[in-house]
Design a binder for this molecule. Structure first.
Ligand SMILES: [Fe+2]
Length: 279
């Protein structure tokens, strides 16, 4: 089956997340994630960094408003839309302010809104701390449905699966480009966001981020460690709403390989030490 999303080289461009206290959360992202802060309206804030943009809007804390993927060209975008229409998905209007006219959105089985489009040119805001926004990870009561949607209906590639001893799916890693995953999904007893991640690229940049967090008295909640699937180095912090933020490095580049299976065990989640098991 053609991997339409993979062919489009779609990459996670920005997120909009809701908060009961959007102003304070936006201030946190501006400081912690080295982003320029812009008040769009009383209840809407833009945190803008180089290759990382987060919109924060008044609403229910910890809820994703939408995630936006940018395609490299119009052919890729059209291919994903055709694939979605062929799968009889409802094509919704994109809510994104950063995607050009012609963008569209779909709703996944957990009612997460995912937009696809072509990005307007990014502003270079800061070169101090490098880490583009890279992946979004969901918690879901039904990971199988999420795989059927992202792999089966949009054409993501299922790079890795984590399986319980009885074969039940614990985690799925899926990608829309050559990064190991741009979307992942952990089995959980709720539907929502598990975390979102910024790819610093190499270990020394993770050091710089941790020194930056230290200056702000923000403590790591997990890591440093190395994940099994994706083989990436990681540290995690949490924001004021207790959303988890990952800074990653050395994420596997996936080119033309089969799906790998991993056992659901602490060493799969963290080769180096303590694991945070979701299910
Ligand atoms: Fe992650």
């Amino acid at each position: 089956m053609i991997k339409n999303a993979l062919r489009a080289g779609a990459y996670l461009h920005h997120l909009e997340i809701e908060s009961e206290n959007p102003g304070a959360l936006a201030q946190f992202y501006s400081l912690a994630m080295d982003m320029k802060l812009e008040e769009i309206s009383e209840n809407n804030w833009l945190c803008c960094g180089t290759d990382r943009n987060i919109l924060i809007t008044k609403g229910e804390s910890n809820k994703l408003s939408y995630a936006a993927f940018a395609c490299h060209d119009i052919d890729g975008l059209n291919n994903i839309r055709n694939r979605a229409q062929g799968a009889e998905l409802e094509i919704l209007e994109s809510k994104s302010r950063f995607l050009k006219a012609g963008a569209f959105a779909v709703s996944d089985p957990d009612e997460n809104i995912i937009c696809f489009g072509l990005a307007t040119p990014d502003k270079t805001v800061s070169k101090k701390l490098h880490a583009p926004l890279q992946h979004l990870t969901f918690a879901s009561k039904n990971v199988e449905n999420m795989v059927e949607f992202y792999e089966g209906k949009l054409g993501f590639f299922l790079s890795d699966r984590v399986l319980h001893e009885n074969g039940d799916l614990a985690t799925a890693f899926m990608t829309s480009n050559h990064e190991h995953h741009t979307i992942a999904c952990f089995k959980a007893n709720y539907n929502g966001i598990d975390h979102h991640s910024y790819e610093a690229g190499n270990w020394m940049y993770i050091r710089d981020w941790c020194d930056h967090f230290s200056e702000l008295d923000i403590q790591l909640i997990w890591g440093p460690g190395r994940h099994g699937p994706g083989n990436n180095l990681f540290v995690f912090i949490e924001d004021l709403d207790k959303n988890w933020i990952e800074i990653s490095a050395e994420l596997e580049t996936v080119i033309d390989r089969e799906t790998n299976d991993w056992p659901q065990s602490p060493r799969t989640l963290n080769k180096w030490g303590k694991a945070i098991m979701r299910s």
